[in-house]
Design a protein around this ligand. Sequence first.
Ligand SMILES: Cc1cc2nc3c(=O)[nH]c(=O)nc-3n(C[C@H](O)[C@H](O)[C@H](O)COP(=O)(O)OP(=O)(O)OC[C@H]3O[C@@H](n4cnc5c(N)ncnc54)[C@H](O)[C@@H]3O)c2cc1C
Length: 410
Amino acid sequence: MSTVVIGAGIIGTALAYELQKRGRDVTVIERDAPGKGASFGNMASIAVTEFMPASRPSVWKQIPGWMLDPEGPVAVRPSYMPKLVPWFLRFIAASRPSKLRELEAQGAALCARVHDDLLPLLRETGLEGEMTEDGCLSLYTDEAEFKADREHIEILERFNFPHEVLGRQAIKALEPELSDKIGIAVLFPQNRSMRDPYRLVLRLADAFKARGGKIENGEVTDFVRGNGIQEVVLKDGRRTAAKEVVVCAGAYTTALAKMLGEPIPLETERGYHTQIMSPGISMRHSIIWPARAFMVTPTAGGIRVGGTVEMAGLEAPPDYRRSKITVKRAQEALPNLRHENYTEWMGHRPAFPDTVPVMSASAKTKGVFYATGHGHLGLTYAATNARLMADLITGVKPPIDMHPYRVNRF
Ligand SMILES: Cc1cc2nc3c(=O)[nH]c(=O)nc-3n(C[C@H](O)[C@H](O)[C@H](O)COP(=O)(O)OP(=O)(O)OC[C@H]3O[C@@H](n4cnc5c(N)ncnc54)[C@H](O)[C@@H]3O)c2cc1C
């Protein structure tokens, strides 16, 4: 009998590969083509210094102002507000100082492992070349902007994540295209990026298939349970017998968890990118400008501009005005960036109100597991999630305490 992984995004494919390596007979079930969900168009960053809870006061106190600003980095569609209330109340509850300290430690425990888990996975699948050598620059116009982001840097210092503060000349030497407006930058050398996050999923899926793994096309719409999980039922009536099921359906996990009698407060934080194929500039590092809330990464054969959060659920059509606003902001940092020959994309970040993923056995059904809610860091966490979840599933003691990531913590 198979171990069934539902969802062939970066989380599902990396985990399927790891489980197969540990001797499981793994079938992945994907309703679309592999890698076409959030994992298709993310900002490609191995963002190990971005684990801070979104519910910290320095962020959420700005949310009302952002929401009133049509060009603000966070938007909530008015029609979606009533649905968001329970999630938002949990988000506020996660902003107590003592809770924030716990959440920071839980994020840091994962990020501290990322390179140790990711590099071996890339090496053994022949994909080392998929990761760049250069880190990420966090940009500030002046001392006042830098001070406003001081809390972020202090948290990183507390957990020993390396960084280097740079002045104007050093910044120019690293990235000559950056505007003279940028007076200070912090280099995060560990925040390297992937050459193409979508290609990474496809290559992991190929590595899994080359070792005999199966990826079946179909939409999971039900489960048969007895003493434990027995079968996975697809929309077209097909059934797959399962010894174990791991739900890795990204932002769509909410519906599947409900079918399994285990409701979870998972929301989609919709994000946008613009992929510019004739940008007129070249860059080595990714950049992030905290005060302007955008990121730029050289990836997928061009320059990708992204950022912003939109709370509007899974069904509402994209609002690509958000992509255009983000490019306008990026041009403040990169005055020669051309907005030509581009595509726009929207994806669903699977987000829990406390920012921490669920990597857990079901509390209700023997043989069911969840790996979801990796939020803004799903690419970053993919190999670590695979390692830790494979430990849980195969009965090996994981190297970190998994209790904080349990499914029934809400
Ligand atoms: C704009 C943007 C920028 C981002 N930037 C970064 C970044 O720089 N670094 C980083 O680490 N992370 C980033 N992220 C987050 C990251 O992309 C996600 O956390 C990650 O892709 C989630 O992966 P996943 O496999 O859980 O979900 P997905 O990639 O969405 O995959 C889930 C899969 O499950 C399938 N599925 C769903 N329901 C069913 C069903 N019932 N039956 C069968 N199949 C089903 C879907 O079709 C989909 O293929 C970003 C996200 C966005 C939107």
